[in-house]
Design a protein around this ligand. Sequence first.
Ligand SMILES: C[S@@+](CC[C@H](N)C(=O)[O-])C[C@H]1O[C@@H](n2cnc3c(N)ncnc32)[C@H](O)[C@@H]1O
Length: 124
Amino acid sequence: MGPKVWEIVDDYFSNLLMSTDPVLTAALQDSDVAGLPQHHVAPNQGKLLHLLVQIQGARRILEIGTLGGYSTIWLARALPADGYMVTLEANLNYAEVARKNLARANLMDRVDLRVGNALVGHLV
Ligand SMILES: C[S@@+](CC[C@H](N)C(=O)[O-])C[C@H]1O[C@@H](n2cnc3c(N)ncnc32)[C@H](O)[C@@H]1O
């Protein structure tokens, strides 16, 4: 199965099962405008991450690789009111885009975005 078929299948399920979300759409648009690579999870994968957090009843999340914050938004929105998430991004430019996207999503109160290499002793 070639990559195009994966995209078509992803689009099919996303269009069938999901409503549009202006905050998530804007996060992807602004990431594109800023020249970030399109390496974010697909919308249906984001929703799966969201469901897994809820099913697990997670109150703490560690994400390695924020990019523009698209998956971070999906994950953080699934946390309870007292939940908390740390997300790590090595690239300062990507992290700045993510910070704006997370602020627009009103999630900075529960997301700690740290810039640096995700190795012990390398984070700021
Ligand atoms: C596949 S992208 C993340 C996609 C994002 N989770 C999403 O779905 O929206 C991987 C990200 O990990 C970052 N990264 C790679 N190695 C890293 C490391 N050792 N520490 C922190 N970030 C890293 C890259 O800069 C890139 O932004």
